[in-house]
Unconditional design. Structure first.
Length: 113
């Protein structure tokens, strides 16, 4: 039998440090999301790719449908309108500060403009 007093084991380094939350994106990821969404909106705005990238599936499907279906029946007028909407949204995304973009489009989930 041991004569040493029972002492609880000291916590390891993983037990003392809080683990980062997987839902909280790092500030650099937010900046990248803003930049990528803005460039996608400017270059491929009529297809709604930037909406899909930001997680707005319904709005992305609307833009894609207007471009492909309405644009086909109107000789490209629908696609042109969606292209202009995408261009405007891309400019808006890129001119916002990172905090404004995150609050409005990532956290606040504002789907249009």
């Amino acid at each position: 039998m041991s004569t040493e007093p029972d002492t609880p084991p000291s916590p390891g380094p993983s037990e003392t440090e809080p683990s980062p939350s997987p839902q909280t994106p790092a500030p650099q990821e937010k900046t990248d999301k803003k930049l990528v969404a803005g460039i996608l909106a400017i270059l491929l705005g009529s297809l709604g790719i930037h909406k899909f990238y930001l997680g707005y599936q319904t709005e992305g499907i609307i833009m894609l449908a207007v471009t492909l279906l309405v644009g086909g029946f109107t000789c490209g007028v629908g696609a042109s309108i969606m292209g202009i909407v995408g261009l405007i949204e891309g400019i808006i995304y890129l001119t916002k500060t990172d905090a404004e973009f995150d609050a409005m489009y990532v956290t606040g989930r504002k789907p249009w403009f």
